[in-house]
Design a protein around this ligand. Structure first.
Ligand code: BGC
Ligand code: NOJ
Length: 814
């Protein structure tokens, strides 16, 4: 069953009934001001940091989940009836309800009693504000007399404190109201230099800023008293819960339309110019007023919306493909790319599953995400890399997370996730291959943000690599530390105390437990680093990195192979994890995918064996399971992985993030059919028809799909902010379609299904647009390329001579 449909031409997903199995959301904003918006207009907004600069309130663990949002009410002043065109909060039976989630905007609307109302919610480029552009049309045959109400709840900035510290917070709320604009200024009197505002393009008949005055005692947003009465109360919040609500009265002739624009924003003043007059307590609004004036003008709002659409057209236009598979096309061309940008903006901080008060930006996560977004925002990717590297510790280790506002490492979670440093190498390599900008390697970057500790970025990469060499275990494999990619394989944790964090509790010295996964990652990172060193003319270093990677490869062969698949780890007792000798957790996906992807075992048949084992033991119709058999009880020596009931999350869930490793691995063995088959099993668009089971949005990946040990096998959870976005994008574009960035040029090396007649693509790469056509002339993966009609050797298209902007590439597969 479906709850909507894809409108690929407009790059939208259109939801046609409001009661989706879960809130189906979108993101507003792509620079500094952001919002989450659900299909019923639920969600919240923030400036840069979802925890510390929360603009509107979100109530955690709410029912429904997305309750609290950007709500508009319409009231028919003749009948006294009122409803919300976005369904929530009043939940009337609406006609023609639609929610169009597009690139950076969401339009929600419906018809009720002959009145249609649609609101376009978006954040204009280069502004710290959001627009709610409402169009109301009277489709009745007689005149309509309506009141229109806007409403939102302000957050008292720190979202964590806002949700918990009531003894203080109920006394600090303050507002100003001027010309119908509501200003929220809690704490502005003291140490904050920022405030929020909520404006309206029309004459404001009345307003409310105190929640209780609007809603009334023992009522909720479903039936606010003042709206029922048809008149807001002009309340001025002192303490309690500051809100923003406007009332606009309109009379519409039959067929008449009206547009009303609401503007919600965040503004900062220089500390010494906070007040106007300076010795008063009144907000200085001088620099803000022109901004508000601008967006009260519908023509300017329309222009801002067109700019936003153009921005996304340009960003997505960098790579467009035309394959025989519609699901591949729409994910690559629209939604997967868009989701990669969401992970760039949010890392793992703010969704309906990441609370925005928790995880900040992950070091590993943000580096991996680069694989998916580097081509779309190379300049910002550069900045991100330098920010991440600046949190690196002098040992080469990394803070597991950092806070986006301060850009400092997060001390609470700390370090010693021993895979972390290598992701910096992987991320930088992706950036270099995309841009060719080797100057980044010379950028001076501090360690742990300490002034004076600056060293070239290249040295950071060297220290990342060295970090593992300094931490080898009894078998010569990398020590795992707190965890590797699998945050839940906590082999040094041994926690038996409820509530302790699996990630930060360490009860063992950490000198025994080893990770075969980090070994695979080390091989990959070593080869990447060698390539980078070569480009710096450091032939000897390159040689030594290659030798170390090769040595690790033989260590994997010797101690990391389990007859038919790669082992996963050794625990603190030196016992195998992910071996046929184990009772549970005999085989894990991570090492099969990642070792083969890194090239381990390609020559001696182990790679093929390993992938056969994946297909035999882990692959299901809904994707590839993390491990089997699932852990049926808690194992002190394994940690969080065994804390989950079987089939969920890291305990034998389909953890979609690692499925593309197997897809890439399959392409390395030339199995395009299998690679694309695995791709399709978790492709959200291909799963749209089972939305009732899948439950999450059909247009973005979720982190996890319940595995076959779970009662709800096939049900997805935790959509949007997951490494799944970048890795799937990378796997399908660079390995299956094979349009791969390299130092020498654009490599074209598809490993596509046998029954594909070919495909077309355009790719903007280092300033030139490549028009690529691939045709199948046989069943294999051997490619012959013609560039501008001239055959070339090999599969790498060299950069065109300076000034040439278009390159035509024709590839024939045999
Ligand atoms: C989750 C992991 C996550 C970790 C760190 C665990 O509870 O299962 O997926 O990476 O927490 O936040
Ligand atoms: C989610 C985390 O964000 C990611 O870093 C980790 O690799 C996976 N969970 C697996 O545990």
């Amino acid at each position: 069953m479906k709850f909507g449909y894809f409108d690929d031409e407009n790059q939208e997903y259109v939801i046609t009934r409001p009661d989706t199995p879960l809130p189906w959301i979108n993101y507003l904003g792509c620079q500094a001001y952001f919002g989450i918006i659900s299909n019923t207009a639920g969600g919240y907004s923030f400036y840069r940091d979802a925890r510390l600069r929360r603009v509107t309130r979100y109530r955690y663990n709410n029912v429904p989940h997305d309750f609290g949002g950007r709500y508009i009410y319409l009231r028919d002043n003749e009948s006294g009836e009122f409803w919300s065109p976005s369904w929530q909060p009043t939940r009337h039976d609406l006609e023609n309800y639609t929610c169009r989630h597009g690139m950076g905007y969401t339009v929600i609307g419906s018809r009720y009693q002959g009145i249609t109302a649609h609101t376009n919610y978006f954040v204009p480029l280069d502004e710290n504000l959001e627009i709610w552009q409402l169009t109301v049309t009277n489709q009745r045959s007689e005149r309509a007399t309506l009141s229109i109400f806007s409403s939102l709840e302000f957050c008292l900035w720190d979202a964590q404190d806002d949700a918990t510290n009531f003894q203080r917070n109920f006394s600090i709320g303050q507002v100003e109201i001027e010309d119908g604009v509501i200003y929220h200024k809690a704490e502005y009197r003291e140490r904050r230099d920022h405030f929020a505002y909520f404006a309206c393009s029309d004459k404001v008949e009345a307003f409310d800023t105190q929640r209780d005055a609007l809603v009334g005692p023992y009522r909720s947003w479903e039936k606010p008293l003042a709206i029922e009465c048809g008149r807001l109360t002009d309340s001025v919040a002192h303490g309690w819960a500051p809100i923003g609500a406007h009332q606009v009265d309109v009379k519409l002739a039959p067929g008449e339309s009206r547009q009303i624009i609401f503007v919600l924003g965040y503004h900062e003043n220089p500390r010494d110019q906070k007040f106007d007059p300076p010795d008063s307590q009144i907000i200085n609004k001088r620099t803000l007023k022109p901004v508000i004036a601008k967006y009260r003008d519908a023509a300017k709002v329309d222009a801002a919306f067109q700019n936003l659409r153009q921005y996304w057209k340009d960003v997505l236009g960098i790579l467009q493909v035309d394959t025989p598979d519609v699901h591949t096309n729409r994910m690559v061309n629209i939604w997967n790319a868009y989701q990669c940008m969401a992970t760039f903006n949010m890392s793992r901080s703010a969704s309906f599953y990441e609370s925005g008060i928790g995880r900040g930006l992950g070091f590993r996560d943000s580096n991996q995400d680069l694989l998916g977004f580097v081509h779309m925002v190379p300049a910002r990717a550069r900045e991100r890399i330098l920010d991440l590297a600046a949190t690196q510790l002098p040992t080469g280790g990394a803070y597991h997370q950092y806070q986006p506002l301060t850009k400092r490492g997060n001390n609470d979670v700390g370090s010693n996730f021993n895979d972390d440093p290598h992701w910096l190498i992987v991320g930088v390599a992706a950036y270099l291959k995309e841009t060719g900008d080797v100057s980044i390697l010379d950028e001076p970057v501090p360690y742990d943000n300490q002034p004076g500790s600056e060293q070239p970025l290249f040295e950071h990469l060297q220290r990342s690599f060295q970090y593992t060499l300094d931490r080898l275990g009894p078998h010569g494999l990398p020590l795992i530390g707190r965890a590797d990619w699998n945050d839940c394989l906590n082999l040094n944790c041994f926690s038996d105390t409820p509530g302790q964090s699996f990630q930060t509790t360490t009860n063992k010295e950490g000198k025994v437990a080893e990770s075969v996964f980090i070994a695979g990652l080390f091989v990959l990172a070593g080869r990447e680093l060698a390539d980078i060193a070569e480009r710096r003319g450091l032939a000897e270093e390159a040689e030594s990195y290659r030798a170390k990677a090769a040595k690790m490869e033989s260590t994997i062969h010797e101690h990391g192979w389990d007859r038919e698949w790669f082992l996963r780890a050794y625990d603190d007792f030196g016992r195998k994890v992910g071996s046929r000798e184990c009772n549970e957790g005999k085989i894990f996906i991570e090492t099969q995918g990642f070792c083969v992807l890194a090239g381990v075992g390609l020559e001696d048949g182990r790679a093929a064996k390993s992938l056969e084992s994946v297909s035999k033991h882990l692959a299901t119709e809904h994707g590839i399971i993390l491990q089997q058999p699932a852990y049926s009880r808690y194992y002190l020596e394994l940690g969080e992985i065994s804390s989950y009931p079987p089939g969920y999350k890291e305990n034998a869930g389909i953890f979609c993030h690692n499925n593309p490793w197997v897809m890439i691995a399959e392409t390395r063995l030339g199995n395009g059919d299998r690679a694309h088959d695995y791709y399709s099993r978790i492709n959200p668009s291909a799963r749209e028809s089972i939305s009732e089971l899948h439950r999450c949005e059909p247009y973005v990946y979720a982190q996890m799909i319940a595995g076959r040990d779970a009662p709800t096998h096939g049900e997805a959870k935790n959509s949007w902010l997951t490494g799944t976005a970048a890795w799937n994008y990378y796997a399908v574009t660079q390995w299956i379609l094979g349009i791969r960035t390299s130092y020498e040029g654009l490599q074209i090396s598809p490993v596509i299904p046998k029954n594909w007649a070919g495909f077309k693509a355009t790719r903007l790469f280092r300033g030139a647009t490549y028009h690529i056509t691939i045709e199948r002339a046989g069943e294999g993966n051997h490619i012959a390329l013609e560039v501008d009609g001239v055959p070339i050797q090999g599969d790498i298209v060299p950069p065109p001579e300076k000034g040439r902007k278009e390159v035509v590439v024709k590839g024939t597969l045999r």
